[in-house]
Design a protein around this ligand. Structure first.
Ligand code: NAD
Length: 371
């Protein structure tokens, strides 16, 4: 008989198995270095023949390669994807998709480009404009039905099944050019999805399995990528971890860590992945007294007794930023951020206490190890 979660031998080690709702993600995933070669087959399987290819201005070369591979199935290129999907960009891309009669969107890039693909699919009649995502960072956006669009400086996010990419091609060769700094912060950002997923209110044991394996894979792969950015095996492992962490992000609710990062990003215009890298150890330390099961998983995944300290040390080892001050946050912002973080009530395993949150932010601002 297989050991069950409630066996004595496993007591205290397994994730609690309570009632839960599990929603599988529908995406078809093609994984492996060099797997971009299957692109034409995958477009055919989608039943599409007029693809609009999306990218940022910095990734036009990759998008042109995609367009070339698709040949007559390419309807056109839109090369102006930008961080946080400005509404003007989304409108321009939607108009181009309509004018060209596109019947699918191919997004090659990070969360910004995939986010643009989602914004286009969101406005199309259900199912009429599938997204094929080719992620080149570790953001995990390709695994979620979460979209975000920024209008007049305010980013509005929502969830809609229409935006979930139908097919995802993970080809680690496309991540070789991701600068080391971005690779590290993007990878830590992915680990944050899983770490918070472990104590989500609507968490479940399936997500805990994925979160543990995702964190383990990234914690092992990122130091190797930092040393040898062209190591395709290390890049593949990092991408595998990011994929699993993305599933967790798409399936369960996030708490204090993500709330703080959105507050800091929105209020002080701090960079997305870097802010996650700085805040994560402090958020885990804050919640530690309330999350024994999550801590047990994190200890296994990170191979250390103190997961918050392990995450802090990992960020430092990887050369990622460890202080909010280094990201350009003003010192007087700490009180404002504490106000914002405590004003809107939201679920968190440990109650949100003003004084303790201020202390957390102060530590993160200074770049101190988590308390
Ligand atoms: P990004 O997509 O903004 O990319 C950062 C920069 O790196 C861009 O200039 C891009 O062109 C470049 N780049 C990406 N891959 C590259 C590669 N392989 N080689 C060279 N250059 C490369 O960064 P990101 O961190 O992936 O995405 C951040 C955005 O995604 C944010 O807006 C965030 O809110 C969003 N996001 C959304 C979700 C979701 O589920 N909706 C999840 C995570 C992130």
């Amino acid at each position: 008989m297989l050991p069950g979660p409630n066996d004595k031998k496993n007591a205290g080690e397994s994730f609690p198995v309570n009632e839960f709702t599990y929603l599988g993600t529908a995406a078809r995933v093609i994984f492996g270095a060099g797997s971009l070669r299957h692109l034409e087959r995958e477009i055919e399987l989608l039943g599409a023949s007029r693809a609009l290819v999306l990218c940022t201005p910095g990734q036009v070369g990759m998008a042109q390669d995609v367009a070339q591979r698709l040949g007559a199935r390419t309807a056109g290129l839109f090369t102006q994807a930008a961080m946080h999907v400005p509404i003007e960009t989304a409108r321009a891309a939607r108009a181009q998709a309509r004018e060209l009669g596109a019947d699918c969107v191919v997004a090659i890039g990070g969360g910004s480009t995939i986010g643009l693909g989602k914004a286009i699919a969101l406005e199309a009649p259900a199912g009429s404009l599938p997204v094929l995502a080719i992620p080149t960072t570790y953001s995990g956006s390709e695994m979620t039905s979460i979209y975000g669009i920024t209008e007049a400086g305010v980013k509005k996010t929502g969830k809609d099944p229409r935006v979930l990419p139908r097919t995802v091609i993970y080809d680690a060769e496309l991540t070789l050019s991701l600068p080391v700094g971005l690779s590290m912060t993007s990878g830590l950002n992915a680990m944050a999805h899983s770490a918070e997923g472990l104590y989500a209110q609507d968490g479940n044991p399936i997500m805990a399995l994925l979160a543990e394996e995702g964190i383990r894979a990234l914690a092992a792969a990122l130091p190797r990528v930092a040393l040898h950015p062209q190591d395709i095996d290390a890049r593949s492992s990092a991408q595998y971890g990011a994929w699993l962490c993305g599933i967790v992000l798409g399936n369960v609710g996030m708490a204090l860590h993500h709330k703080l990062c959105h507050t800091l990003g929105g209020s002080f215009n701090l960079p997305h992945a870097e802010t996650h890298a700085v805040v994560l150890p402090h958020a885990i330390a804050y919640n530690a007294p309330a999350i024994p099961a999550a801590l047990a998983v994190l200890r296994r995944a990170l191979g250390r007794d103190d997961p918050a300290r392990a995450l802090f040390d990992l960020a430092a080892q990887l050369g990622a930023p460890t202080s909010l001050a280094a990201l350009g946050m003003p010192a007087e912002g700490i009180e404002r951020a504490a106000d914002l973080a405590t004003q809107n009530p939201y679920w968190n395993p440990r109650p949100i206490e003003r004084a303790a949150i201020t202390e957390l932010l102060q530590h993160a601002y200074n770049g101190q190890a988590p308390a």
